[in-house]
Design a protein around this ligand. Structure first.
Ligand code: ZN
Length: 327
């Protein structure tokens, strides 16, 4: 494994996010890194990939930077880059929670639980475990028994919690996410709202939990969704299971693809065979889309396209609703 993928965040005041993003992008490009970095007034959040030397230089630079001293990096080994390009963009928020009255995690946040403490805590009957990632992330893997809020975007989660307050009454509420960044704010919000008896968060997120020598990713079912070209990574090293299901036939599946309709782009789990039979589309509407890219990329003859569309129209699949672009 020649390459590494770095995942990191830090809540710290960045005075001029636009200027910072500009300079930081150039710095990353000069190093030869690829990835996606968000910069806001409230801090930085990034995933970058590069070879050992490039990533080592980046870590060293950040560790010596007055704003990011001590920022932890989660490091994955990889055999290639996990991104095609290098982006570094200014944003109003690091995570899109859009609270009227924002949370500063340095002022209020849930108790930090180490992987070992987490593993013990989630087995306690008086604990409710809340997954604060997106629904499609939960669907391919999550902590055993975790609650999935019925929302399509993170910023709807506070309202969902308010409407389902009774789930948390008198309980210890524990939240987790991929790298820990969402929980810093969300657990703070839960505390401020007075949800549950006590609020905790998985420190360093699932990414840290997976690498812990003592927990070895136990009590995690399925894979973890990641926002790069790998799409999913394994977590549980002791008793791994598959919980994702094929979009078309419901059989166990961990292969994510994008819907062939460029205006939909929804991520769906499916086998290569099922993807082909459905022209790579999440729904009839997407299969029939004039710019269906599965048809062009695979050079499928018009006759076969017609045949497949006809078969889809005559099956239950015709009733499947379009998933649509991610909010
Ligand atoms: Zn679609």
């Amino acid at each position: 494994m020649k390459y590494r993928v770095l995942l990191y965040y830090h809540y710290v005041t960045i005075e001029d996010p636009v200027e910072f993003a500009d300079e930081h992008l150039q710095f990353c490009k000069d190093l030869g890194l690829k990835g996606r970095i968000l910069v806001a007034n409230e801090g930085i959040n990034g995933t970058v990939s590069g070879d050992y030397e490039q990533t080592e230089k980046y870590i060293e630079y950040m560790n010596n930077h007055p704003l990011f001293k001590g920022m932890p990096f989660k490091i994955d080994e990889a055999d290639t880059h996990a991104f095609k390009k290098m982006h570094c963009r200014p944003r109003p928020e690091l995570v899109n929670l859009s609270l009227e009255d924002d949370i500063n995690p340095h002022e209020i946040t849930g108790d930090y639980l180490s992987p070992e403490e987490w593993m013990e805590a989630i087995q306690d009957e008086n604990t409710v475990v809340l997954d604060v990632r997106n629904d499609y992330e939960y669907d391919v893997g999550h902590f055993r028994g975790a609650i999935k809020p019925e929302v399509s975007t993170f910023r709807d989660t506070p309202e969902w919690v308010r409407q389902n307050k009774d789930l948390f009454e008198g309980k210890r509420v524990l939240t987790y996410c991929t790298g820990g960044i969402r929980c810093e704010k969300f657990s703070g919000w839960l505390k401020r709202e007075g949800i549950g008896e006590n609020v905790g968060q998985l420190h360093g997120g699932i990414a840290t939990y997976a690498k812990d020598e003592n927990t070895k990713g136990q009590l995690w079912d399925g894979q973890m969704y990641v926002f790069d070209e790998r799409l999913t990574v394994p977590i549980n090293q002791v008793d791994p299971t598959v919980i994702g299901v094929d979009h078309y036939d419901g059989t166990p599946c961990e292969r994510y693809v994008n819907c062939a309709n460029p205006e939909c782009n929804a991520q769906i789990l499916c086998s290569e065979e099922n993807q082909h039979n459905h022209l790579g589309a999440c729904s009839m509407k997407c299969a029939e889309h004039p710019r269906n890219r599965y048809i062009t990329v695979h050079n499928i003859p018009q006759e076969e396209v017609e045949e497949r569309l006809e078969a889809m129209r005559n099956s239950d699949f015709a009733k499947t609703e379009m998933i649509g672009p991610r909010a």
